[in-house]
Structures are given as structure tokens and as C-alpha cells.
Design a protein around this ligand. Structure first.
Ligand SMILES: [Cu+2]
Length: 221
């Protein structure tokens, strides 16, 4: 019986000696033979079958993570980032987005830390650059009437806390054409993802006292 482990050991043992090796010798070593030993057609065929099996296993199992092209975007949320006026608050937050390899899903974790000035009412993603107010395209959570046309977002922890979930095209809220043209909106989920990836999006947490937003952060790599 020829095992992959045995073959790898043979190859690496030999590579360690810094000498080139003929494939025939590698197979021979895997069988426990001495390099250079001659074999009949049956042995050669069995050896080729073994090589095929090893190649097949490599194709099936691949290298861990080799197909994972997911992308992370993060933001630190603070009152001083709010527009049009900075907000004075001791509350802070962090948002982490993991955008899937095929860019059709955003997994998120939102951590908000008290003290907020008042109860948190909603949190979401806006499109737009730092210092500019843009359109809301994706909700993380809300304690208000849910947005129309999308699945109901989860509740926000009113005094801060951690929530996690994921967003897809189902959750996307299209912006007005004028906002899209101005760079403060997105027409599709894919468009929103493209804006997030190029830094033209931010997360915002709104409270009763600061309905326009209490802490905000621009999404960056
Ligand atoms: Cu907002």
C-alpha cells in the first residue's frame, strides 16, 4: 500500500539533502524500494495509479483558504465624526464587515459602548464620504418602525451592546437617482458593496437625543 504521507516523507527527506530526484525514484521510495531499482510494467502502472490518486486528493482538498477572497471593512464610531455637526458623547462603537468572496453577502458585528446620551434607536450603513451626509442603504438594527420593502431588522441594544448578523440584496434599500449621481447613494446591493469597498460608506448609530446620529465611523480596510 502506498500512502501520501509516506510519499511526502520520501520527497521532503530527499529535498532536505539538496539533490534533484527522478519521479521514478520518489515512487520507488514510497514503496520502500531503493532509488534506481528497475521495475516491470505492472509496477509502473500501479505507480501511475498512485500518482493519479494523490493528484486527485490535492484537487479535492486543495489548500485551506485558497478560495476565500472575502474582504474586511471596519470603522470606529465616535461623536466627532457626525455631520453636519459633531456630537458630544462618551459613547463609542466598532463595526466589522466581512464581505463574502462573491460580494453577495455582508456579515457584520456592531459593538456599541455606553454611555449614550439617551436610548439607541437605530443603526445602519450610509453611502458617502467622511464629512458628508448620505443615504441609508442597509440596516443593522432598529427599535423604530421597520423600513419598508426589506426584512425587519433586529432590535438595537438601547444602552449599547453587541449585535451580529448578515445582509444581502434582500436587505438593500435603493437610493434616489439624484443621490446615486451625487455619490451619496447606491442603486443596487452590488453598488453599495462597491461603495463600501472604495471607502465611500459609513456606519451611524442614532439615539433619541441625537436622531441625526450620535456616533459615526467611515468604513475603511
Ligand atoms: Cu443613519
Amino acid at each position: 500500500m502506498i500512502t501520501t504521507a509516506g510519499l511526502e516523507t520520501a520527497i521532503f527527506t530527499h529535498l532536505g539533502k539538496g539533490r534533484a530526484m527522478h519521479p521514478r525514484d520518489i515512487l520507488a521510495m514510497a514503496r520502500g524500494d531503493r532509488p534506481g531499482q528497475r521495475h516491470g510494467p505492472r509496477t509502473v502502472i500501479l505507480s501511475l495509479l498512485a500518482l493519479g490518486a494523490i493528484a486527485g486528493a490535492l484537487i479535492v482538498f486543495g489548500c485551506p483558504g485558497s478560495n476565500d477572497d472575502s474582504v474586511i471593512r471596519r470603522a470606529n464610531l465616535v461623536g466627532s465624526q457626525e455631520t453636519p455637526q459633531p456630537v458630544t458623547t462618551a459613547a463609542t462603537g466598532t463595526i466589522t464587515l466581512t464581505i463574502s468572496s462573491d460580494r453577495t453577502r455582508i456579515d457584520y458585528q456592531l459593538v456599541t459602548a455606553p454611555p449614550f446620551t439617551s436610548n439607541v434607536i437605530l443603526a445602519h450603513i450610509h453611502i458617502g464620504p467622511a464629512g458628508v451626509t448620505g443615504s441609508v442603504v442597509l440596516f443593522f438594527c432598529t427599535n423604530q418602525a421597520p423600513p419598508a420593502g426589506v426584512p425587519r431588522p433586529q432590535a438595537c441594544p438601547t444602552a449599547g451592546g453587541t449585535i451580529a448578523g448578515f445582509l444581502t440584496a434582500d436587505d438593500f434599500i435603493p437610493s434616489a437617482a439624484s443621490a446615486v449621481a451625487a455619490g451619496t447613494g447606491a442603486s443596487t446591493f452590488a453598488d453599495a458593496v462597491a461603495n463600501i469597498l472604495r471607502g465611500n460608506a459609513y456606519a451611524n448609530v442614532h439615539t433619541v437625543t441625537n436622531p441625526g446620529g450620535e456616533i459615526r465611523g467611515q468604513l475603511t480596510p
